[in-house]
Design a binder for this molecule. Sequence first.
Ligand code: ADP
Ligand code: NMN
Length: 196
Amino acid sequence: MKLIVGIGGMTNGGKTTLANGLHRSLPNCCVIHQDDFFKPQDQIAVGEDGFKQWDVLESLDMEAMLSTVQAWLSNPQKFARAHGVSVQPGAPDTHILLLEGFLLYSCKPLVDLYSRRYFLTVPYEECKWRRSTRTYAVPDPPGLFDGHVWPMYQKYKREMEANGVDVVYLDGTKPREELLREALEDIQNSLLNAAR
Ligand SMILES: Nc1ncnc2c1ncn2[C@@H]1O[C@H](COP(=O)(O)OP(=O)(O)O)[C@@H](O)[C@H]1O
Ligand SMILES: NC(=O)c1ccc[n+]([C@@H]2O[C@H](COP(=O)(O)O)[C@@H](O)[C@H]2O)c1
């Protein structure tokens, strides 16, 4: 059985933290991080606002991400071994792929592949504060959050909702352990339902 689970939502909502917790807790579980598919800096367009447009789908090499997902789909055992995940003897036929990223549900070829789509959110102030404590491969210039990151988040979320994408919202201000417990229970239920 193969299950693809999306850990999406806003920047600094706690996606990586939750994905890493699930990765440690679930059998035969691999993770693909969307952040690993950002195009090189010199290929990122500069907007009329003067900011590099990091927070748009075109800044990510989604074809490469899709190929990685296809590689898992065609042979999850081989994919797991290649990514240092040992296949558990007790559950050799169950394979879980976690996709983690801020624009998971805006990519059309991917959107129907998920068995579960989580969407982590925190209030604007919390998001801005968490973001101010992070240093990305390319650090945020002053004003990027309000000038580009937040407006793009709102735009893509609006589009996702208008397209009727079915997501499970998670409150990213809850304690990490609670979020992990909640998601684990839900995924285990999905596995049971899929096995019926
Ligand atoms: N449930 C939580 N409660 C409080 N802080 C959290 C929680 N989850 C993550 N964080 C913190 O928020 C920041 C962003 O977390 P991260 O998992 O990297 O978010 P994302 O992958 O969504 O950008 C980190 O400093 C992390 O320690
Ligand atoms: N990883 C990188 O190369 C890079 C560079 C510049 C900005 N970012 C930021 O990464 C964010 C998405 O990642 P998180 O969801 O982990 O915050 C985007 O909001 C984007 O502005 C990433």
